[in-house]
Ligand binder design. Structure first.
Ligand code: SF4
Ligand code: FES
Length: 240
């Protein structure tokens, strides 16, 4: 267990001190300290997006997003509470019914942040009626498959393609339940873009939308990232 130097500024997370560096957000500091705060649209390599609300916490009794709220000395942050976890579970259930998520047949099963977070939050059923939206699968690219049925609109691929790859291949279009990921090409097909497997956008998707072709199930179910250890255990183990 790490010892916090006496002069190190800290905030309290569920009653325990978490040290932070100037400018860090609550989730950055918590993650570095091995404390798991649920999240979907946050990724340590990218600026926060603040859209999924999974990282909702209470800061001095008021609602905030841990991925956008900055750490400050003396803050009292609540995260792992019955109320907040129930809220997160409802958000997850809504995400599951808004898309078409069939985990047992999905190549990303066991490596999927949505699935792992649902397990973490004790989600056992979708609870709400399924929407079963009609979403396309785009197999036009020779090396990359795009299955929009599983998209959670986290915009990580949008950010990766513009900020890292400099290609601006993805955007979010439509409104309401019709909101979906769109491909910036004349035909709207991925095959009409210069996307490459080496692009950051090709490997950033936390769920099973952007997949490399011809390597399905190369790692057997049972040996994948979240099969052995939960998300929170992995965050805990990654702490120095
Ligand atoms: Fe997020 Fe993946 Fe959808 Fe892109 S394709 S918005 S990375 S879920
Ligand atoms: Fe903070 Fe998505 S992780 S809003």
């Amino acid at each position: 267990m790490s010892t916090i130097p006496a002069q190190q500024a800290c905030f309290s997370l569920d009653g325990e001190d978490v040290p932070f560096a100037e400018g860090e957000t609550l989730i950055q500091a918590a993650t570095r300290a091995g404390r798991y705060i649920p999240h979907l649209c946050w990724h340590p390599e990218f600026a926060p997006h603040g859209s999924c609300r999974l990282c909702s916490v209470k800061v001095n009794g008021r609602a905030a997003s841990a991925c956008t709220a900055h750490a400050a000395a003396g803050l009292e942050v609540e995260s792992n509470t019955e109320e907040l976890n129930a809220y997160r579970k409802t958000l997850l259930q809504m995400l599951f019914v808004e898309g078409n998520h069939f985990c047992p047949s999905c190549e990303k099963s066991g490596n999927c942040l949505l699935q792992a977070t649902a397990y973490e939050m004790g989600m056992e059923s979708p609870h709400f009626e399924e929407f079963y939206p009609n979403r396309p699968v785009d197999a036009s690219h020779p090396e990359i498959l795009l299955d929009l049925n599983r998209c959670i609109l986290c915009e990580l691929c949008v950010r990766a393609s513009s900020e890292v790859d400099g290609k601006h291949l993805f955007a979010i279009g439509g409104r309401g339940i019709g909101t979906q990921l769109i491909v910036n090409s004349p035909s709207g097909k991925l095959g009409d873009t210069d996307m490459a497997l080496s692009d950051r956008a090709a490997s950033v998707c936390p769920v099973g939308v952007i997949l490399r072709k011809r390597q399905g199930f190369s790692v057997p179910i049972g040996q994948r990232r979240f099969d052995g250890r939960s998300l929170s255990e992995q965050v805990q183990e990654s702490a120095p």
